[in-house]
Design a protein around this ligand. Structure first.
Ligand code: GDP
Length: 295
């Protein structure tokens, strides 16, 4: 997001060299520039402002050691602050129950079905789990086929019921199937819509009530900028989800979405999607995202 941030900061602080600390005037100018860069990267205004305010307070009066430049010092302060804002450290999935029920929610095209496959793969390969995928998108027959293909690819069974148009009944039957077959994680892929609407919210809330999931993961396309934040807020208000999955961070990446979403809904980001392949999934590391945002 910031090209040559460090150079820029060093230039901004050139006059400071040898003075020994960071002063109000220099910080104010620099923070204005940084706020602009954050806004350009789809960080919402409130988040950008509280971030720069916090960094300014921390930077002022700090002694600039002779071994590091003011730019380096400020970058370090910003990186620490960004890491903190994004949750500090990795937040693990809660997968100790048997079976653990994980509900996947989000708009159409966000990457729910792809993520469901990736998560099944991750839990099987890295956590030694025995997952069952449940095809709950009854409105899009292609989504059921897609999940079956992904399940086959990652070696995880998929529960489908093509005769049913009732996503709640399918989800409940999927959990029962998992209990019968000894699957210790159930991943329920749900239907989305192109935009947030009442019918979608009512339906997904009913699936939540009926299955009592241990994790509700909200999947969102990181390329959708400010919309990603609004969607996250709408879903969280209704679903009170337990974590966020940011997809498509392999594209024209908008690291800003991570910062905004975390600060608006205050829920941990748990995974990031970095491609279409089943292996293209990473656990979210706030410090790594901070370096990426700072460029
Ligand atoms: P759903 O409607 O929410 O189930 O979305 P899909 O899982 O069908 O994904 C929509 C499109 O986005 C598909 O073409 C996926 O291959 C693609 N996709 C999903 N996740 C990622 C990702 O992390 N990176 C990239 N580049 N593409 C992704």
């Amino acid at each position: 997001m910031f090209s040559n941030l460090q150079d820029k900061l060093d230039r901004a602080f050139k006059v400071l060299k040898g003075q020994g600390n960071i002063t109000e005037i220099n910080v104010a100018e620099t923070m204005k520039e940084i706020r602009k860069a954050l806004l350009d990267a789809d960080v919402n205004y409130k988040t950008a402002k509280s971030f720069t305010d916090e960094v300014r307070t921390k930077a002022l009066g700090q002694n600039v050691l002779t071994s590091i430049s003011p730019g380096q010092l400020l970058t370090k302060i910003m990186s620490d602050e960004l890491t903190n804002l994004m949750g500090g450290s990795v937040t693990e999935l809660e997968i100790t129950k048997n079976p653990t029920v994980i509900l996947i929610a989000g708009l159409n095209g966000a990457g729910k079905t792809t993520f469901s496959g990736k998560l099944a793969n991750f839990l099987r390969e890295q956590k030694g789990k025995k997952p069952l995928l449940v095809a709950g998108d009854v409105y899009r027959p292609a989504a059921i086929d897609q999940l079956e293909v992904l399940g086959q690819q990652v070696g995880v069974p998929v529960y489908v019921d093509r005769a049913s148009e009732d996503p709640i009944a399918i989800a409940v039957a999927g959990v029962a199937e998992a209990k019968r077959n000894g699957n210790n994680v159930v991943i329920i892929d749900t239907a989305g819509r192109l935009a947030i609407d009442e019918a979608l919210m009512v339906e997904i809330t009913a699936v939540k009530e009926a299955t009592q999931p241990h994790e509700i993961l909200f999947v969102v396309d990181s390329m959708t900028g400010q919309d990603a934040v609004n969607t996250a807020k709408a879903f969280n208000d209704r679903l009170d989800f337990t974590g966020v999955v940011l997809t498509k961070l392999d594209g024209d990446t908008r690291g800003g979405a991570a910062l905004s979403i975390k600060s608006v809904v205050n829920k941990p980001i748990k995974f990031i999607g970095t491609g279409e392949k089943m292996e293209a999934l990473d656990v979210f590391h706030p410090d790594r995202m901070a370096s990426r945002i700072l460029g």
